[in-house]
Write a protein that binds this ligand. Structure first.
Ligand SMILES: [Zn+2]
Length: 264
């Protein structure tokens, strides 16, 4: 079990049930004893199930929909846990995603990510490149003292990228962008084959961008990748509004990566 989940449960035990235990992410003797004293949790549940049940219970009391308080971790609990963590950190629930903030849906205009479809739409790998200008300063993710105001990408995707970044700037503002590390640019055009494969990466056409790679590594799933947190929903919605695909949102891997190529 993720230690952050245990930490949240421990701090709730302290806050609501006056447990006075350490918040260390380890479900030790004191945590078990404190859970045992929470009368809404069936005594026959094991520690893990009680922790999940406690989070479901606290979320429900905070008007966060956690589904049934059954001690079982599922998508509803996952989402309730994310909202509750956010609320404890920021003192309020994350902004709900509002459909009317988005205009000009263009989903479906981009090709499938296979080589033939990509070549037909974009041309050969590495060709037809242009520049995307960022409305806010980007930092090279691997050398953060280096500022990037524009970067090379396929000329067909540059306007969409600029629209996304403009919406992002308007919505979050520069300070929040920096706090969320949405200014950490991890590269776009890269004429290379996919890791461990013979196919071209979508980066080879300049149609993908990586963001904050060190906090969103290739094999990390949403438990670990920071870009999976609810506060990034607006960010991803902006990309999806342009028809771009987040591998994180679609496949729960490679959360750094967004591409102007369809998976299906
Ligand atoms: Zn990538």
């Amino acid at each position: 079990m993720n230690s952050n989940i245990i930490k949240l449960a421990q701090s709730e035990l302290n806050r609501l049930f006056h447990a006075n235990i350490g918040v260390d992410g380890i479900a030790g003797k004191n945590t078990k004893a404190a859970l045992h004293r929470v009368t809404v949790l069936p005594t026959e549940w094991n520690t893990k199930r009680k922790i999940v049940g406690l989070i479901q219970y606290v979320a429900t009391m905070e008007n966060i929909d956690a589904g049934a308080i059954d001690g079982k971790w599922g998508p509803q609990t996952e989402s309730a846990y994310a909202d509750l963590s956010y609320k404890r950190e920021h003192g309020r629930l994350p902004e709900p995603w509002r459909q009317d903030e988005f205009t000009g849906s263009s989903e479906g205009q981009w090709p499938l990510q296979n080589e033939a479809a990509m070549n037909a739409f974009y041309g050969e790998v590495g060709t037809n490149q242009g520049k995307a200008n960022s409305p806010y300063p980007l930092k090279l993710a691997w050398q953060t003292n280096k500022i990037v105001n524009r970067f090379t990408c396929h000329e067909k995707v540059a306007p969409a990228i600029e629209r996304v970044l403009q919406k992002v700037l308007t919505h979050y503002g520069l300070e929040e962008i920096q706090r969320l590390r949405l200014d950490l640019w991890g590269g776009a055009l890269n004429v290379r084959k996919m890791r461990g494969g013979s196919k071209w990466s979508t980066h080879a056409w300049g149609t993908s961008i990586d963001w904050d790679p060190s906090n969103n590594q290739l094999r990390w799933n949403k438990q670990k990748a920071t870009l999976a947190a609810p506060e990034y929903d607006f960010w991803w919605n902006c990309w999806e509004e342009e028809g771009a695909v987040s591998l994180g949102r679609e496949q729960d891997r490679d959360w750094m990566h967004v591409q102007f190529a369809r998976l299906r």
